[in-house]
Design a protein around this ligand. Structure first.
Ligand SMILES: *Cc1c(COP(=O)(O)O)cnc(C)c1O
Length: 397
């Protein structure tokens, strides 16, 4: 069978090869330390599971409204109001099968052939593929490590052309952990509004910020910005609910209506009982989240300090999410057993082969000098993995 041009344009995830290899090594009995995780290592809190079980027992086993059950939408609206200072009406909220699905709906509704979509790099790789799927052209804006991997208003202005349709922003960001301040967002919003560029704001890591920083939703800056922004959020990262598949958007009425229409012909509603769990997550106790955040904060501190003390590695302190994104450019040209490091992918392969430490090379995010380590893994594993890394660095020539 011949597959469509659209399908031919999709690339397999570049992280897959290293992930498959790590899994094979584990199956072969090797003691791999895996820093590749893209999900919290905590279980879903008990009261959330209970709410889903109750919903199941009470017969919530049928189709729900396409864009979500009213009580969940109400909880989401209250969340936006309390956490972000944003007021939405019920028909502006669309609940989908994970934030990834929310993003897909948004790109499909907002862009078309010939449009350019701005993508600050390093970026989450699904953005790139979803933009291509929507027929638009991704335009990466390379951000700089010394700017905390945040795009500046000047860099943004330079990337805008007459074809620019929208920008995808992700704060707190994956893979860099970058968190934009209110002033930084204001400066970007000014450029975007002036040039009529729409915004998709992926705020999935909203709750995972450290050192007393504040998450700001760009949509909350003023109504002009709000009217050209689709906010994306979801349950996966804050509530350890990756398998439940619940994400949501808040958008101007016509955009929300179109996304719901699209969804009505693809997935219909997200799973009924998962929606009940999501409602409990938003309205119930936030203590499990606070506990998780405390542990992430401790691991992050240990990891950054340890990495910074390693020869040849530099590391920004990430403001949010659960990743660090260290740089290895000072190791380029060094070698181990005749294997020379030319980029971060070489370094990641070397780490996996020689010390059984799995990491995601930056090339997966459009950046080839850095690698991503997730601290969504136990402190014991972190200590062991970093010790191995230090020993490897000592042996490089
Ligand atoms: C994990 C992640 C998502 C998607 O999460 P879902 O599980 O689909 O809700 C979206 N954006 C970023 C940046 C992520 O890291």
């Amino acid at each position: 069978m011949e597959i469509s041009q659209r399908a031919q344009n999709i690339s397999a995830s570049p992280t897959l090869a290293i992930d498959a290899k790590a899994k094979q090594m584990i199956a072969d009995g090797k003691k791999v330390i895996n820093f590749g995780a893209g999900e919290p290592d905590f279980d879903t809190p008990e009261h959330i599971k209970k709410a889903a079980v109750e919903a199941l027992k009470e017969g919530a086993t049928k189709y729900t409204p396409v864009a979500g059950i009213p009580s969940l939408k109400k909880a989401i609206i209250e969340k936006f109001s309390m956490d972000n200072g944003l007021d939405y009406e019920s028909d502006q909220i669309v609940v989908s099968c994970g934030a990834k699905h929310s993003l897909y709906n948004a790109f499909m509704i907002l862009c078309q052939q010939g449009d350019e979509v701005l993508l600050p790099a390093p970026y989450w790789v699904s953005y790139l593929e979803q933009i291509k799927l929507a027929g638009a052209t991704p335009v990466a804006i390379k951000t700089r490590e010394e700017n905390g991997f945040k795009v500046t208003p000047e860099e943004l202005q330079q990337a805008i052309t007459s074809k620019t349709r929208l920008i995808i922003l992700n704060s707190p960001g994956n893979p860099t952990g970058a968190v934009y301040t209110r002033d930084e967002l204001s400066a970007l919003a000014e450029v975007l509004v002036k040039n009529n560029v729409y915004i998709i704001s992926d705020e999935i890591y909203e709750k995972l910020v450290y050192d007393g920083q504040e998450h700001i939703s760009i949509a909350a800056l003023d109504t002009q910005v709000k009217d050209c922004t689709v906010v994306i959020n979801g349950m996966s990262k804050s509530y350890s609910m990756t398998g439940w598949r619940i994400g949501y958007t808040a958008a101007p009425h016509n955009v929300a209506r179109s996304m719901a229409n699209l969804q009505s012909h693809s997935t219909s509603n997200p799973t009924s009982i998962a929606q009940a769990g999501a409602r409990a997550a938003i309205t119930g106790s936030q203590a499990p989240l606070e506990n998780m955040l405390e542990q992430f904060a401790e691991r992050r501190k240990y990891m950054v300090e340890s990495l910074k003390s390693m020869p040849g590695i530099s590391c920004n302190i990430p403001g949010g999410a659960f990743y660090v994104f260290p740089n290895i450019k000072d190791l380029i040209g060094k070698s181990f057993n005749d294997k020379t490091i030319q980029n971060a992918s070489d370094f990641a392969s070397l780490a996996l082969d020689e010390i059984q430490v799995a990491m995601v090379p930056g090339i997966a995010f459009g950046e080839n000098e850095c690698f991503r380590l997730s601290y969504a893994t136990s402190m014991n594993s972190i200590e062991e993995g970093l010790n191995r890394l230090r020993r490897l660095l000592d042996k490089l020539q």
